[in-house]
Write a protein that binds this ligand. Structure first.
Ligand code: FDA
Length: 290
């Protein structure tokens, strides 16, 4: 796929490019349009401690470059990229290094949520490192049946919480198989994260979705509750529903777009194809034409 120009072009719809510089150029453009950014260095499930340490180094560079260029952007990383499969003793120091640099730059560091095989470990490590690094933010997935309970525990510690629907294939015992149930779960969790009680504990909710009904619900719910525009944000992915940026910005909400970069795009790209069958059809048409 790397060698086919048509495939590369299509990947570039979702990925800024192979280098950090590619991502920073996209972030600069977004910032100029009034949109904030999150930067992801693509990679997951590394198999050596050296690769995990290099991933953490890359995020230090992301943080330094963002600060040097005075960009409105934060990093967003995966724990299996920092070595979670090799054990917490490998992953934790890497996460602490990135979180500490984030603290020095007064920047949030988002910890993405991966498949349910990692939910317990991710939330556990998040809670431990968050105790000394208040700038660590975490992600929950509305499709998981357990998430309402996880959200209550995150509210207790006043966490910054990104709510997404969830991007991995999960068994029905663990996750709602029906999209309507996932959307209903998202709506309930959204209301809880925007509740006066959660906000009073210092929760900072981020609603990550391209679902217009849920984006509207977040804004309506915030307006009804008198939540100021700087106490929550909406988030989308680079290359998806770009048409929403201008109207969302015009409505006065804070919008953040997650911009991935790097060579290791396969897993991320496949999740984007899988969540929308139309992408797959388009992709194959491009390949045939190419
Ligand atoms: P839904 O799938 O219902 O889509 C709503 C509409 O959005 C579609 O009708 C279509 O118009 C558009 N759309 C959605 N996906 C598209 C695609 N791939 N291509 C083109 N159009 C598309 N997941 C996870 O498990 N862990 C995580 O840490 C994160 N982090 C994260 C950060 C941010 C900023 C976002 C926006 C999303 C995530 N996700 C994630 C991914 C998330 O779980 C989910 O898979 C995608 O956001 C797609 O679901 P939607 O909420 O957009 O709804």
């Amino acid at each position: 796929m790397d060698r086919l120009p048509a495939a590369r072009r299509f990947v570039r719809r979702f990925v800024a490019g192979p280098a950090l510089e590619d991502a920073l150029q996209v972030v600069t453009r977004l910032n100029a349009e009034g949109v904030d950014a999150a930067v992801t260095h693509l990679g997951e499930n590394v198999v050596t401690a050296d690769d995990a340490a290099h991933a953490a180094d890359a995020y230090l560079d992301v943080l330094d470059q963002i600060a040097r260029r005075r960009l409105r952007a934060v990093p967003s990383l995966k724990l299996t990229h920092l070595g979670l499969d090799l054990g917490e003793s490998v992953c934790r120091p890497n996460l602490e290094r990135v979180a500490t640099r984030g603290l020095a730059h007064r920047t949030l560091v988002w910890v993405d949520m991966e498949s349910s095989a990692y939910t317990n470990q991710t939330l556990g490590l998040y809670r431990e490192v968050h105790a000394s690094h208040s700038n660590l933010a975490c992600v929950v997935q509305a499709y998981l049946r357990r998430t309402a309970q996880d959200v209550e525990r995150l509210i207790e510690v006043g966490a910054a919480v990104r709510l997404c629907k969830g991007a991995y294939r999960e068994p029905p015992e663990i996750a709602f198989p029906d999209k309507r149930d996932v959307d209903a779960s998202y709506a309930r969790l959204l209301d809880r994260l925007l509740s006066a009680d959660a906000l009073a504990r210092g929760v900072y909710p981020a609603f990550a979705t391209h679902d217009e009904r849920l984006l509207d619900r977040a804004r309506d719910s915030a307006k009804r509750g008198g939540v100021p525009a700087d106490r929550y944000e909406l988030q989308t992915l680079y290359g998806i529903r770009h048409d929403l940026h201008a109207p969302l910005r015009a409505s006065g909400v804070r919008l953040r777009v997650l911009v991935p970069y790097g060579e290791d795009w396969y897993g991320y790209f496949m999740r984007r194809l899988a969540e929308r069958p139309a992408n797959l059809a388009f992709f194959f048409r491009q390949l045939v034409r190419g």
